[in-house]
Design a protein around this ligand. Sequence first.
Ligand code: GTP
Length: 308
Amino acid sequence: MGVLVILGREKNVFSSSFNLHSMTLSSAPPVRRGSTPVPFKYQLRREEAVNDDCDWTPGIGVTEATSPPPVSFIPAQDEAAGADVEEKQGGPFRIALLGQNGVGKTSLAIALAGEMDRTASVDSDGEGYVRTVTVDNEESTIFIFDNWRQDLSTLVCEVCVLVFSVTDRRSFHRTAQLRLLLRENQPQTPIILVGNKSDLVRSREVSTAEAQSNAALYESPYVELSASLDHGTTELLELAVRAARGENLGSLGVVGAEGATGGRRESLSTRAKRFLSNLVPRYPREKERDGGKFFRQKSRSCHDLGAL
Ligand SMILES: Nc1nc2c(ncn2[C@@H]2O[C@H](COP(=O)(O)OP(=O)(O)OP(=O)(O)O)[C@@H](O)[C@H]2O)c(=O)[nH]1
């Protein structure tokens, strides 16, 4: 049984301490958001990713002065080998949201915690989100945390959600690095790849197909969503709970905002056929077969317009 820690919702706790530092240490560089391009000289090398997986911004993250308070964590009972599967069914399940700064982890954690729905059963201790959810007619308790700043080797959770912003290619690359680190430390933990900010269509830098094939390479499901619009978050929540229960998710294709049917997506040819069959007959032969219905309908609508 574990008590988890998010510094997410009460991010103000972290923010306020950070601001305090910013005030005293005026030379500290600003925190980089996911949508802000990073100068080339600041790009993270692999060695840096291994040693310091906190941030892309140099000078921020691991120093004593700017790091957030340590995350408290009590390992769950089922960590021991031979954990009781039945015990796992109801949780508690720990879901860790990891990813580059500004990709929307906190927004996503809040959406998953159901804070926007005031009737949801949500309880936060200020460090994480605790929620009881019913998935597949079964109740489970979940802990969601989005602000893991310590060494990834100390992270213990039932599911890892690697978040990137579809508007920031660098954050997509960051998930690949994180996956590498996670696989080194906990090869069995299910990983779900999440492309957030799907609402920002015009600023997109990572296509659905690219992210999906990347996820498929590692047999992870890919979920595309918008935390801000709370679009696709339910699918992620259900997926995470199923993964935590030990269900094999495999590679489900795209789930969420752009392809809400998961592995049961229609093929391109099926969709094309359906689209064509729905077309109004346009060609003379079809019009003949149609018995002139098309024209009659059209003239009727013209007539109606005239009446207006
Ligand atoms: N358009 C859009 N903006 C989003 C979405 N999700 C988050 N944002 C915005 O992205 C910015 C960063 O969101 P956060 O939730 O703070 O991101 P984070 O990953 O927790 O950031 P750090 O705590 O710095 O690591 C905020 O301005 C959010 O409003 C989304 O789905 N769509």
